[in-house]
Write a protein that binds this ligand. Structure first.
Ligand SMILES: C[S@@+](CC[C@H](N)C(=O)[O-])C[C@H]1O[C@@H](n2cnc3c(N)ncnc32)[C@H](O)[C@@H]1O
Length: 274
């Protein structure tokens, strides 16, 4: 954690977490973003850009789109700017440190909003979505992407592996978030006042015939995320050290020769009513 950590963010702001977010975004770019394209000249706000892991893919797909990216963490924002500048030097991005509940933008300023892996960390996700409508023009679109840890199933199955995943779910809930939020996107977005809400599952399935996914998702995204909360899980007495180590070892087995791993993300698109 940095000394400027602005919120109780379960995954933290470490270099390890920054790398994990990058691996996650690069591995999943096709699955999550292939159908996200913003028209030339339109104004897009990425809310909670973190270290810019998704921003890179957005700007690559929209070279003539005007992107603005905000995050509450100044340290993450600085990393995002460095990442995007290094990878896509010609990108047009304006960076702001801001709380999404108090955005420093005029009403209806943006044509589109993009929110990825942010709502799962908020205590009031519906209120956040409702607040964001202020800066979105009538008829503009909202895109939200979230995961749902309840969608993780794998082979070999293991109660210990499920137990370590459940530690993450409990820790995230204790800090006000919801690691099972993917299944709630439709009611949340509808409840925040958007129209034409469509939610579609995006499934990741990895076995040895897809080594890039085994490495990029099963190992370096999902298992790495669970491993990173070891100390917090033990400190909160959610599990014994022995059972933790067994659960993590069993998660790694799902990335072995005969292992398989399944996880579902949810991608929602909605319209701000005219
Ligand atoms: C899991 S990260 C996701 C980052 C990025 N969207 C991605 O997919 O790689 C969540 C981000 O949301 C940011 N965040 C959390 N609450 C926020 C708030 N109230 N306003 C702005 N950003 C916030 C955190 O600082 C963090 O960078």
């Amino acid at each position: 954690m940095t000394t400027t950590t602005p919120i109780d963010y379960v995954h933290g702001y470490s270099a390890h977490e920054s790398r994990r977010l990058g691996d996650q975004a690069d591995t999943l770019a096709q699955l999550l973003h292939a159908d996200t394209a913003y028209p030339a000249g339109s104004k897009v706000l990425e809310v909670g850009c973190g270290v810019g892991a998704q921003t890179v893919h957005l700007v690559e797909a929209g070279p003539k789109t005007h992107f603005t990216a905000v995050d509450i963490s100044a340290a993450s924002l600085a990393q995002a700017r460095a990442r995007v500048t290094a990878q896509v030097p010609e990108a047009r991005v304006t960076w702001h440190q801001a709380n999404l509940f108090e955005l420093p933008f005029a009403d209806t300023e943006f044509d589109h909003l993009f929110v990825c892996f942010v709502l799962e960390h908020l205590a009031a996700p519906r209120q956040a979505l409702a607040a964001l409508r202020r800066v979105l023009r009538p008829g503009g679109t909202l895109t939200v992407i979230e995961g749902d840890h309840g969608s993780a199933f794998f082979h070999p199955d293991s109660p210990y592996a499920h137990a370590v995943i459940d530690c993450q779910v409990q820790l995230q809930a204790a800090s006000g978030g919801n690691a099972l939020i993917g299944r709630e996107l439709h009611p949340l977005i509808t409840g925040a006042g958007y129209d034409d809400v469509t939610v579609r599952p995006r499934t990741v399935y990895a076995d040895r015939s897809r080594p890039a996914l085994v490495n990029g998702f099963t190992r370096n995204t999902f298992t790495a995320m669970i491993e990173s909360v070891r100390e917090e899980a033990l400190a909160a007495d959610l599990i014994t050290p022995t059972d933790w180590d067994r659960g993590i070892a069993d998660l790694h087995r799902t990335a072995s020769e005969d292992g398989t791993f399944h996880y579902t993300f949810f991608k929602a698109v909605a319209v701000n009513p005219v």
